[in-house]
Ligand binder design. Structure first.
Ligand SMILES: [Zn+2]
Length: 478
């Protein structure tokens, strides 16, 4: 009896310890969830050592030199996919694979524009992505100027019919992008509703170079399709000055761009497999496609290189964190988030296994701020992450992070998200132009960004809890 009762007592004691531990684990409060001293010291080591490397700069040099421009569906895109697979393997990633992405393709053709009267002037123009062609002989018509898309929407039909619409919306800073790009994206639909023959916009960019900025535009099923182009900022200034003199201004526009067949490209993925929770993921990455005019150095070769270098750093130093770190190089972001949408639907069943998502797609860095979109229990962990990043100049951010265009698809589905906010005050000087080339990259900037992403990826993958518990309601949709 004695033995038995002692055993029972012991069993009871052990059971209550087990139960109280389980209850304790389940009830970890906001205050008690934190990284260990050792994890924080490791993260600081990563920060200090990764910021002395130039791996991201070398990866970007390789992509822009060996591949160059890689518009979705072109031979350059196919070479970029092959480059990415080979580079992930060369860098020693544990798993490397690609996932098919399909989309309607688009090709650029001839493009020219000039003012015919009252003063003959050639203009630097480029077709907007997805634009149809003009008739082969081109379109000749009077220009009508609008300061903004909204001004066009408010205009009487009679004033627009039979003319070429000119939207002259000037981008003053990077903050204007969301608003000014509406004219590029939707201007053709609104102009066609009022009977315009074509649309030409002031480039969506902050520079004063004689280089037009391309970018995506769309049509609507119930509205006639008209050709759409952008002129350089300095040409828009010129046209505006000619218009100021009064009287009709006549323009000739010729575009040979056109839709192509449905094409296939790939999201290319490299994984550093987690040591304890290999089926939970921290997702970082960028988009592999670019526009065709430049070599896609800042948009978005930089984002690809920053995130590849960040994950590779952890791997090379044997810092395998608990969860897997996946670097996703998305296909065809530029023409409609095709890669981001494909990843979200392909991995629909595993969305709850995504610990964090953060894309780099706003330039070469440095990272200025850490924005998060996580459950209440994870907030202290985010504060600790920011503290480790602070010596790199990374400030506290908002709690409604925009994780980038492709990862935004995941955020809309409730996935915990982060934005390592990249300095972008000079980003729109060369964005989507022929000037988006490797020589614009400053090693110190891209290296800081890679170090910040390495710290972020390590701590997110190492964290003691799932970031998605008690998530706030999704505010924005992408
Ligand atoms: Zn981009």
């Amino acid at each position: 009896m004695f033995e038995q009762s002692r055993n029972l007592k012991l069993f009871g004691l052990m059971a209550s310890i087990v139960l109280s531990c389980a209850a304790h684990a389940a009830e970890k409060t906001e205050a008690s969830v934190s990284f260990s001293k050792r994890e924080l010291a490791t993260a600081a080591w990563i920060r200090d050592h990764a910021s002395k490397e130039n791996q991201s700069y070398r990866i970007l040099e390789s992509l822009t030199t060996e591949v160059g421009s890689r518009m979705a569906g072109t031979p350059g895109d196919a070479r970029a996919v092959a480059w990415a697979e080979a580079k992930f393997k060369e860098l020693g990633f544990d798993k490397v694979w690609k996932e098919a992405v399909r989309f309607p393709s688009w090709q650029r053709g001839v493009e020219s524009a000039e003012i015919l009267a009252p003063f003959s002037q050639k203009l630097a123009v480029t077709a907007l992505g997805n634009s149809i062609s003009t008739p082969e002989a081109g379109i000749e018509a009077e220009i009508i100027r609008f300061a903004t898309l909204n001004e066009l929407i408010a205009a009487p039909v009679e004033s627009v019919r039979g003319k070429i619409v000119f939207i002259d919306h000037k981008m003053k800073s990077a903050n204007d992008y969301g608003q000014v790009r509406q004219g590029r994206a939707s201007g053709a639909v609104e102009a066609a509703r009022k009977g315009a023959l074509a649309i030409i916009i002031r480039s969506v960019g902050t520079d004063s170079h004689r280089l037009p900025h391309t970018g995506g535009m769309h049509y609507a099923a119930d509205v006639m399709q008209i050709p759409a182009a952008a002129m350089s900022n300095v040409d828009a200034d010129l046209v505006a000055r000619i218009l100021m003199r009064g009287g009709p201004v006549k323009m000739a526009l010729k575009l040979g761009s056109h839709a192509g067949e449905v094409m296939q490209s790939y999201n290319v993925i490299g994984e550093i497999t987690g040591s304890e929770l290999p089926n939970e993921y921290v997702l970082i990455g960028g988009h592999l496609d670019s526009w065709d005019l430049g070599t896609g150095a800042i948009d978005d070769g930089a984002g690809c290189a920053i995130t590849m270098a960040a994950a590779e750093f952890l791997h090379r130093h044997g810092l395998r964190p608990r969860r897997s770190v996946r670097v996703i190089l998305y296909a065809n972001e530029e023409q409609g988030l095709f890669g981001g949408s494909a990843y979200a639907s392909e991995h629909q069943a595993q969305l709850k296994q995504i610990q964090a998502a953060a894309e780099a797609d706003s330039g070469q860095g440095p990272v200025l701020q850490l924005d998060s979109f996580v459950g209440a229990k994870a907030r202290k962990l985010v504060m600790q992450m920011q503290s480790v990043l602070a010596p790199l100049g990374v400030k506290k951010g908002t709690s409604d992070a925009d994780p980038g265009p492709d990862m935004g698809v995941l955020k809309s589905a409730g996935v915990p998200s982060f934005e390592l906010v990249l300095k972008s005050d000079d980003y729109f000087d060369i964005h989507h132009t022929a000037d988006d080339t490797f020589d614009k990259i400053e090693p110190a900037r891209i290296t800081q960004a890679a170090a910040a992403f390495a710290v972020f990826a390590y701590l997110a993958a190492q964290a003691p809890i799932y970031f998605g518990e008690q998530m706030p309601v999704v505010q924005k949709s992408h």
